[in-house]
Design a protein around this ligand. Structure first.
Ligand SMILES: [Zn+2]
Length: 152
């Protein structure tokens, strides 16, 4: 698990931000730990983004945080379960966590391993099959896979 992450939250703005993040975590029903707070700072501190667990671990290391890959995975899954993140599975090997939890769709640029948000109202699903008996549609998430245009 985690030792003592070195967090530099001494500046007033960062301290204020840390309070907001602590509120966000406790409002979601999560106990506020240093690891969760540090990862929340990386995830939510710079606007909406899509991040893989591996990329977040890299960022944590670059920020001088001593957080194991297992803690990063667990924390992401806990944030997801608490409704703070959405998960976007682009294929079997690659899963992104999305800080934008509003309904929306995605472009996926395979060569750049990059997701781009599409506003919900930009996609119109004209027809859906009837759901199997006993099931209701929870949501429809569209991933439009892009290749780089040869002209670009
Ligand atoms: Zn998104």
């Amino acid at each position: 698990m985690i030792g003592t992450p070195r967090m530099r939250l001494s500046e007033k703005t960062k301290a204020h931000r840390a309070d907001e993040l602590a509120d966000k975590l406790s409002t979601a029903g999560l106990r506020v730990t240093q690891a969760r707070l540090a990862l929340a700072h990386l995830l939510f501190g710079q606007g909406d983004r899509h991040v893989t667990a591996d990329a977040l671990r890299e960022e944590a290391l670059a920020a001088g945080l001593k957080i194991s890959q297992a803690t990063v995975y667990n924390t992401l899954n806990q944030f997801h379960a608490a409704g703070l993140l959405r998960q976007v599975q682009v294929d079997q090997a690659r899963s992104y966590f999305d800080t934008n939890i509003d309904a929306h769709h995605h472009f996926y640029v395979e060569e750049e391993a990059r997701l781009i948000d599409i506003a919900a109202q930009e996609v119109d699903v004209a027809r859906l099959p009837d759901s199997p008996k006993g099931y209701d549609v929870d949501r429809v998430e569209v991933i439009i896979r892009l290749d780089k245009s040869p002209k670009a």
